[in-house]
Design a protein around this ligand. Structure first.
Ligand code: NDP
Length: 288
């Protein structure tokens, strides 16, 4: 890595998601020529405003790309049994290629039981334990969308990860752990940090690639960043009506060589990767 001389270059999720979508268009056309339209069904239980907005953007992108989509809206009072019945129906519906249950679920419903009930072959979020296991042994699987988007961004800047030190701040099942697995698969030396990590700034400062998936607005400042590092900000935090990342952009832009903005960064990739996984599911099911 060179010493930092100027402001960080941006890794634009807006541009890269468009690039990905045009790659996906080709695959959608190939499927259409065989009479196959990939279909994503999203289950939304309750009235969480952020969830509603995520579900809307998923349906919008399906439409843009020519995928079929369906949103099943359920009252927050839905029971676990009712939800399981719907998932079992979707599992056996041949026209559905992807089944996604929008999280968080209403109180009283077990996230584990619900996610485990989705057919792993339709688990386009990649959260089913069978798919998580596949990822950990490096076997083909549905890679969770946000981590897959992070890797696409690193690839887009030709970041050769072999032998690099990658530090992931956050160890959630949906972001931190799978990102770490993917970085490891690309031969990075990976450190995973969390709320009990001692002297987090010093650990982060040794990173060639720093991924922030914490959920704490602007926590990562220049003090955490090695000059010339690649910094990927996964955070989406709502502060006074605005969306900010886990990285303090104005501070870190003077230390990092590459930086993802928020908004317009990883978040854009996540939805596009959901399309990618849904298309992949349709392709797998209809393999010649
Ligand atoms: P979680 O709350 O599940 O996990 C947060 C992680 O950060 C935990 O492992 C936690 O540690 C760690 N952490 C919390 N505080 C600190 C701290 N002070 N120092 C070090 N580590 C800390 O969050 P998610 O992984 O679901 O999401 C992370 C962020 O990414 C959020 O802002 C979320 O909105 C965003 N997000 C963005 C997506 C996108 O498309 N761009 C998609 C999904 C999430 P511990 O395990 O010890 O509690």
């Amino acid at each position: 890595m060179r010493m930092k001389m100027s402001e960080a270059k941006l890794i634009s999720g807006a541009d890269l998601s468009q690039k990905l979508l045009s790659e996906l268009e080709v695959r959608v056309k190939d499927l259409a020529a065989r009479g196959i339209v990939p279909k994503l069904t999203v289950i939304l239980a309750g009235e969480d405003p952020a969830s509603k907005s995520y579900v809307r953007s998923k349906a919008k992108m399906c439409k843009q790309l020519g995928l079929a989509s369906e949103i099943i809206r359920l009252d927050a009072a839905v029971t676990q049994g009712e939800l399981l019945t719907i998932i079992h129906r979707l599992n056996s519906d041949d026209s559905v290629h992807g089944v996604l249950v929008q999280l968080p679920l209403p109180k009283g419903i077990s996230e584990d039981i619900i996610l485990n009930s989705i057919d792993p072959a339709k688990d386009v979020d990649g959260f089913h334990p069978a798919n998580v296991g596949q990822l950990s042994i490096g076997a083909p699987t549905f890679v969770p969308c946000t981590p897959k988007g992070v890797m696409y961004m690193l690839d887009a800047i030709n970041c050769d990860l072999a032998g690099k030190h990658a530090v992931v701040v956050g160890r959630s099942n949906i972001v931190g752990k799978p990102v770490a697995q993917l970085l490891l698969a690309k031969h990075a030396t990976v450190t995973i940090c969390h709320s009990r990590t001692r002297d987090l700034p010093s650990v982060c400062k040794t990173a060639d690639v720093l991924v922030a998936a914490v959920g704490r607005p602007k926590m990562i400042t220049a003090e955490y960043v090695k000059p010339g590092a690649v910094v990927i900000d996964v955070g989406i935090n709502r502060v006074d009506g605005a969306i900010v990342g886990d990285v303090d952009f104005d501070s870190v832009k003077n230390a990092a060589e590459w930086l993802t903005p928020v908004p317009g960064g990883v978040g854009k990739m996540t939805v596009a990767m959901l399309m990618s996984n849904t298309i992949e599911s349709a392709e797998r099911k209809n393999k010649a």
